[in-house]
Design a protein. Sequence first.
Length: 231
Amino acid sequence: MKVPDHDARRAALVRAPIFQSLQPSDIDAILARAIMRRAARNDVILRRGDANSGMIVIMTGRVRIGVVSEDGKEVTLSVLGAGEVLGEMSLLDGEPCSADVTAQEDCALLLIERGQFLNLLRGNSELCLRLMSFLTRRLRRANAALEDMAVLDLPTRLARLLSRLAADYGVPVRSGTRIEVRLSQKDLSTLVGASREKVNRQIRQWEEEGVLTKDAGRLVIADARALPSLH
């Protein structure tokens, strides 16, 4: 995997919404001390319970956030891509990591040491506000996912999830919108709170109806208007 050069690292930081309020000198200060990490597909980047070491910016690639239940089942909480950050909660409270982070594909990561970032927060009220807004958006999304599981039927939950993934990671193709992130049907089932068999059955039904297709092993939303989440 090619290591991003200085310009690519700068572009990745500037692209991340949380850092858009920083002055060029602040960006340079971060880059001067940040540590580049690489992770191959399926590498474990962080484990639940690991000591906090700082904030990680995803420069390229995608990662899976998940936990293992008491009965040994893996539960996918979310998928994050380029421009997004990890470790923001531990960064603030100094507590250990609350979930496992695994590379879904080859990743380039930028680690910002905790003390350095806290110093930036102390001297930059705009950055504090952006971090608060960022954490609030993640909390709202988590709350919305819990509400969906409580009040919506499976087709609507699954359709809303696919729509969100298409909005975040979709690319236009001839047959519709291809979801670039790789999620197994096991991942999909844990994200919508249903059995894998029921998710498989619903996906097969939508494929038979022409709502979904597949392209290079990835799901394609061919008829977004037919998804119940958009009604």
